[in-house]
Structures are given as C-alpha cells and as structure tokens.
Design a protein around this ligand. Structure first.
Ligand code: HEC
Length: 268
C-alpha cells in the first residue's frame, strides 16, 4: 500500500510517540508488578514473633515483663492501641508515640536505662528489641482505622508544633518535609512521595510504618523513618523519641484520620 507524504509523516510521529508511551507504561507496569510481588511474603512476621515473645519475657534489673505496660487503653492492652498513638499520657505528663511509650515501660517496669536505649544507634542492642516490640504491637491493630485524639490541650499543641516542623525550611538545601511531601504526584527516582499534608490514605505515609524495607533488608519503626527523612533533608538527626519527632507523628497521624493501618507494611 502506498502512503501519501502527510500520512507517512503522521505514521512516523505516531510510531515514535507511541514507542515512548509504550516504554513509559512498561516501566510503570513493572514497578507495579514489583510492588505486587513484594506483598507475597513479608519478613515482618519474624519481627512480630520476636516482639510478642519480648512482651511476656522477664527482663532487665527488675526481672519483669511488659505485660502491665499501659499503651493508652489500660495496663496490658495491646490490641487497637497503635491506631490511637501518639496521645497524651497523664502519668508522664507527655504526648507519646508507640516507641517513646515503650521506652517508658521498659524503664519503669523493667528498670532498663531509657536514656541509654535512646542513645543506642538503630539496629543495635535494645533498639532491635524496640523495633520488634513496635512491629508486633502495630500488627495487633492491622486493618483498624487511625483515630488520634485531639481532645487534650497538649495534643492540640503537638499538632501545631508538628505542622510547623513539617514546613520549617533550613539546612544546606533549604529543604522542609513539605519540599518532598507537600504536593501530589511527586517522585524521587522510583519512589513515590506521598502528600503528607493531607490524608494520604490506606497503607501510605503514617499508615504503613513500622515497615520492612526490601532495599536494605531492615525492619524500621516510625522513629527510624523520620530519622532517615531528616537525613534526606540534610538536617541534624533528631533525638530518639524526642518531642519534635512525636509532634511530627501527631501531625501525620491526625492527617491520616480514618485511613486503614496496614502496618507492618513491606516497602521497596
Ligand atoms: C529530600 C526529600 C525528602 C525530604 C526532605 C523528606 N522526605 Fe520523607 N521520604 C522521602 C523518600 C524518598 C521516601 C521514600 C523512601 C523509600 O521508599 O525508601 C520518604 C518516605 C517518608 C514517609 C513514609 C511514606 C510511605 O508511604 O511509606 C514518611 C512518613 C516521611 N517520609 C516523612 C517525612 C517527614 C516528616 C519529613 C520531614 C522531617 C520528610 N519525610 C522529609 C524523601 C524525603
């Protein structure tokens, strides 16, 4: 069949344009396939099992378990607590997230040194136990919807502080959290950057961590997630369980109101 000149040109434009389109959709498709394959087996189950064991194990100078730990719903209750944290605790007079609250229990019930644990690098010693405990307790709220309280004045203050921290720019690149997480459809290489200023939805943002990270084979709690994002922002690392990290947690958690928790998730 003979083509007229304009038709040939049209065919060429279409074929290059079509080729680029096909390539892009193949890339997007393989990312999606890769993500779907990841969901097949999540090694977080190993950390959950370790965390469950640690809860009942008598440890520390006081040779006690964590079974009387109050994570917000009374001593010993671990089901459903995760989706209501961070929240205000009257006994410490602080707003606490899961990890900082576990630290309180490890000190008061077991006699472990909270300050020393907070200074321990992620992935070492008691920090590994902390991650396992947080993973198991989060798993006990899997499928439940986030519902953080904003009734105590401190909870409201923490939300406002968290919001300010989220938008606070600084460091060598003049970045804030919002530089990477303040708009829809942002991406760094193959990593989607959820818009954390609004409700990012089920299994995204706050509703996914603790998560197992395939890229480095590590289980990370929310504290470590935030820590690493401060690194990406080229800011100094925040203290483990510091008020700044908890305020960010309140901001992200309240924004996630009504999202279903899939934690512990599996991530790239
Ligand atoms: C330079 C860009 C950058 C900055 C600045 C940044 N992040 Fe991130 N953040 C990322 C990337 C990239 C990921 C995904 C990492 C991955 O997939 O391994 C991520 C992931 C996250 C996640 C988990 C999202 C999910 O769905 O799994 C949260 C929550 C988060 N960041 C919070 C913050 C907070 C809070 C700040 C400010 C303290 C911040 N980030 C600053 C790049 C950034």
């Amino acid at each position: 069949m003979r083509m007229t000149k304009p038709l040939v040109i049209a065919a060429l434009i279409f074929s290059t344009g079509g080729g680029a389109w096909a390539q892009k959709s193949a890339a997007v498709q393989s990312i999606e396939e890769y993500r779907a394959m990841l969901q097949d087996g999540n090694p977080s189950e190993l950390f959950e099992a370790k965390g469950e064991g640690l809860w009942t194990q008598k440890r520390g100078p006081k040779n006690a378990s964590l079974e009387k730990c109050d994570l917000g719903k009374g001593p010993g209750v671990y089901k459903g607590v995760f989706v209501e944290l961070p929240k205000y605790f009257a006994d410490t007079g602080r707003v606490q997230d899961l990890e900082s609250r576990l630290l309180t229990c490890m000190e008061t019930l077991q006699g472990l040194d909270a300050a020393a644990i907070a200074k321990t690098p992620f992935g070492r010693g008691e920090q590994n136990n902390m991650t396992a405990l947080a993973t198991w307790i989060a798993a006990e709220s899997k499928g439940m919807k986030f519902n953080l309280s904003q009734s105590h004045v401190q909870e409201k203050v923490f939300y406002q502080v968290g919001k300010r921290l989220f938008f606070q720019r600084g460091g060598p690149h003049d970045f804030s959290c919002a530089s990477c997480h303040g708009e829809d459809n942002k991406r760094i290489r193959l990593q989607d950057l959820p818009n954390l200023t609004k409700n990012p939805g089920d299994g995204v943002g706050f509703a996914a961590w603790p998560a197992y990270r395939v890229s480095n084979g590590q289980m990370w709690g929310m504290q470590q997630r935030l820590n690493d994002c401060y690194r990406q922002q080229r800011f100094p690392y925040p203290g483990f369980g510091s008020d700044a990290t908890i305020a960010l947690g309140v901001y992200l958690g309240v924004n996630s109101q009504g999202s279903t928790s899939v934690a512990p998730a599996i991530k790239r």
